[in-house]
Design a protein around this ligand. Structure first.
Ligand SMILES: [Ca+2]
Length: 129
């Protein structure tokens, strides 16, 4: 219990410093021990061109588990660089559902070039560091 309390406090401090602290949600973990898990949101900024140039778009994302699919957004197979918020890391996938080929974890401030993943990303996911 003490460890859980410490973790919740640490996550709360981190999210206050680098992200948006959102209300704690109670999630059914599938057993009788209901845990309070903090919901943390971050952002990734995608650019059409390398070196954070060209048209850009800010995507908000719940960390840890939300896969943001880009099909239908006009942003699939077009991204050439990304910026990642401090305290988080993100990964880009070739598919629309965060599986299959992906980049390595991209840490802040982001990637000015995506190498073999140039114009290939179709989904992404971010995690709290
Ligand atoms: Ca591009």
């Amino acid at each position: 219990m003490a460890l859980k309390t410490v973790l919740v406090v640490l996550v709360g401090l981190a999210s206050t410093a680098v992200g948006h602290a959102l209300p704690v949600q109670e999630r059914d973990t599938g057993n009788s021990d209901h845990q309070l898990l903090p919901r943390v949101q971050t952002s990734i900024t995608a650019y059409v061109d390398s070196y954070w140039r060209g048209s850009s778009r800010l995507f908000l994302i719940d960390t840890q588990n939300q896969c943001v699919g880009l099909d239908g957004t006009g942003w699939s197979n077009i991204i050439s660089s990304v910026q990642v918020a401090p305290g988080f890391r993100c990964r880009l996938w070739d598919s629309n559902s965060c599986n299959g080929d992906s980049t390595a974890d991209i840490y802040p401030p982001g990637a000015q070039e995506l190498g073999s993943f140039n114009d290939k990303a179709t989904s992404f996911k971010c995690y709290q560091n």
